[in-house]
Design a protein around this ligand. Structure first.
Ligand code: TYD
Ligand code: MG
Length: 461
C-alpha cells in the first residue's frame, strides 16, 4: 500500500456522493444518514481501478474508418426475455450489473444463465461471496442438469479472483455479489463505496482486456449500510434491475442503461419451484384474475420499449368521511393521479374533491407511461358512477390539462396486442386513429373509437 498515506472522505452509500465532511443529508440523492466515513489512499482519492490502465500501453488516436470491426457478435443466453433486455444477447467483454432487492432471484437468474452458456460449451465461472459451494449446488440441483463447463468458486478477495480469471480464461464470469468483494489495496470494509468502486474497476479492466463478459450482482439496500448498485451504475455497460413484489410470483427485469441496445425493455419471469420461467405472454399473465362486471376496472395498453403490455387499472372512488379526501396510487405516479382527478373535476364537472380515491395497477407492476392517463381517468369515472365498463374494451391516450386526449406512439402495436387477447373495441386518441387510417394500419376484429377529449371518451363508456 505504498507509503500508506491515507485521507478520510465521506461517501453516500446510496449514490456514491463524495464529501470531505459529514452531512446529515446527502446533497446528491437527498437521502438521510447515508454518508459514511471511509479511508482511501491519498493518491487515488475518488479513483478506481480504471486509472491503472493509463500507465500501461499508450494508445494512438485513430479515425473511425480505421477501426476494424466484425459483424457485431452477440452471445445468446437462451433466455429470450433476458436477451431482449440486453439488446439481443451478451456483448462479449461487457460489464453488466444486475441489481435488485435481496431474495428477488438474482442468483437464480444468473445461475440459469450460466447453465445455458455452459450447455453451449462455453466456459463459465460463477464466483459467490455469499453462499457456500454446497448451497449453490442445492440451488443448482433444483434448476436442472449442469455440464462441467461451469466452474464454481467461493471467494471474496479480488486479487485471487483476478488471478483465477487470468489463469482459467472463462468466457463469462458472474460475481455474486459485488458488496461481498474486497480488494487489498483499499482498507475500507467490503460493501463500502470505495471497495465497491475499486472492485468494479478491477472487473472492468479484466472485461475489457480479456473480452470476458462479467455479470455483477448488486443488492439494493434501503438502510444505506452497504453501498447500493447506483454507486457503480456509471462504470458498467448495462444496468438491469430485477424487481417485483416478493409475495407475487412474477418478476420483472428492467433495463435502465444499455450501451449496446435500447433501455426501457422489460423481461417478465415467473418464480417457480424449479427456478425462473419466462413469461412470453405478459399481457395474459397480468390480466389473469381480472374481475367481471366490476366498476372501476379498465384495461390499458402500455408500451415497455418495443413491447406492448396490457394492464388492468383499478380505481375505487367513494365519499370521503373526513374533511381532507384521501388519495392513494399504487403502481403509478401519485401526482399524475391527482392531476387527472383535477382535470375530471374542472373539465368534466365531476365532484371529486370530496371523494376518497384509490388507484391501483393490478398485479403489483409499476407503470408511469402517459398513455395510461385515459385508462386511469376512465377507471375513476367508472368507479364514481359505479358502472362497469364494457369487458372487451381497451383504452389508451395521454390527457392534457385542458382535458384534451393527445396522441401516443405505436398505436398499431397496442391495438394488435389487444386484438390478440380477444379485445373487441378500443378508445384511443383521434389523431392516432387518423394516423392508422392513413398508414392502412387498421387491425381486423377490433372496433376503433377515436376521441379528442376526455368528455368524448366518457360519453363512449
Ligand atoms: P435468490 O436468487 O437467492 O435471490 P437473490 O440472489 O436476488 O438474493 O432467490 C431466492 C428466492 O427465490 C428464495 O426466496 C427462494 C426462491 N426460489 C424459488 O422459489 N424457486 C427456485 O427454484 C429457487 C432456486 C429459488
Ligand atoms: Mg443471491
Amino acid at each position: 500500500m505504498g507509503k500508506g498515506r491515507t485521507t478520510t472522505v465521506f461517501f453516500c452509500q446510496n449514490c456514491g456522493y463524495e464529501s470531505s465532511k459529514w452531512m446529515g443529508q446527502c446533497p446528491g440523492c437527498r437521502q438521510w444518514n447515508t454518508l459514511v466515513e471511509e479511508t482511501v489512499p491519498a493518491a487515488s482519492k475518488g479513483a478506481n481501478g480504471m486509472n491503472r490502465t493509463k500507465a500501461s500501453a499508450r494508445q494512438e488516436p485513430s479515425s473511425l474508418s480505421a477501426i476494424a470491426m466484425q459483424e457485431e457478435e452477440r452471445v445468446s443466453t437462451h433466455i429470450q426475455e433476458l436477451d431482449r433486455v440486453l439488446g439481443g444477447g451478451i456483448v462479449p467483454g461487457s460489464l453488466m450489473l444486475v441489481g435488485g432487492d435481496p431474495g428477488i432471484g438474482k442468483s437464480t437468474l444468473l445461475l440459469q444463465v450460466c447453465r445455458h452458456l455452459s450447455d453451449d460449451g462455453r466456459k463459465v465461472l460463477y464466483i459467490s461471496g455469499e453462499e457456500s459451494l454446497k448451497q449453490i449446488k442445492l440451488r443448482a440441483v433444483r434448476l436442472g442438469e449442469f455440464t462441467d463447463h461451469l466452474l464454481l468458486l467461493c471467494e471474496t478477495n479480488l486479487g485471487s479472483i483476478e488471478e483465477i480469471i487470468l489463469q482459467q480464461k472463462p468466457e463469462a464470469v458472474v460475481i455474486d455479489s459485488i458488496q461481498t468483494m474486497y480488494h487489498d489495496a483499499v482498507s475500507a470494509a467490503p460493501g463500502s463505496v470505495s471497495q465497491v468502486r475499486e472492485a468494479t474497476g478491477v472487473l472492468l479492466r479484466l472485461a475489457k482486456s480479456m473480452g470476458v463478459s462479467v455479470f455483477i450482482v448488486g443488492h439494493v439496500t434501503k438502510e444505506g449500510t452497504v453501498a447500493g448498485p447506483r454507486v457503480l451504475e456509471h462504470m458498467v455497460d448495462t444496468v438491469l434491475y430485477f424487481e417485483g413484489d416478493r409475495h407475487a410470483s412474477y418478476r420483472i427485469l428492467r433495463g435502465v442503461k444499455n450501451r449496446f441496445g435500447s433501455t426501457n425493455e422489460i423481461g417478465v419471469f415467473e418464480m417457480r419451484q424449479d427456478g425462473l420461467a419466462e413469461v412470453a405472454n405478459a399481457s395474459e399473465f397480468m390480466l389473469s384474475g381480472r374481475p367481471r362486471d366490476a366498476s372501476g376496472s379498465v384495461v390499458v395498453c402500455s408500451m415497455e420499449g418495443t413491447r406492448p403490455i396490457l394492464l388492468e387499472i383499478q380505481a375505487l372512488v367513494c365519499k370521503s368521511s373526513f374533511g381532507i379526501p384521501k388519495r392513494q396510487a399504487t403502481g403509478t405516479d401519485f401526482n399524475r393521479v391527482n392531476l387527472l382527478m383535477a382535470v375530471l373535476e374542472k373539465r368534466v364537472g365531476l365532484p371529486l374533491s370530496n371523494c376518497d380515491a384509490y388507484v391501483n395497477i393490478a398485479g403489483g407492476i409499476r407503470m408511469t407511461e402517459p398513455a395510461i392517463d385515459l385508462g386511469i381517468a376512465m377507471a375513476v369515472v367508472s368507479s364514481f358512477r359505479n358502472k362497469p365498463v364494457e369487458e372487451k374494451l381497451i383504452v389508451f391516450g395521454e390527457i392534457g390539462l385542458s382535458g384534451e386526449v393527445r396522441s401516443v406512439s405505436m398505436a398499431e402495436q397496442r391495438i394488435a396486442e389487444a386484438a390478440k387477447l380477444g379485445f373487441t373495441s378500443c378508445i384511443l386518441p383521434k389523431s392516432a386513429e387518423e394516423m392508422l387510417h392513413n398508414s392502412g394500419g387498421m387491425v381486423k376484429g377490433i372496433e376503433i373509437k377515436g376521441v379528442s377529449s376526455v368528455q368524448e371518451a366518457i360519453r363512449l363508456i
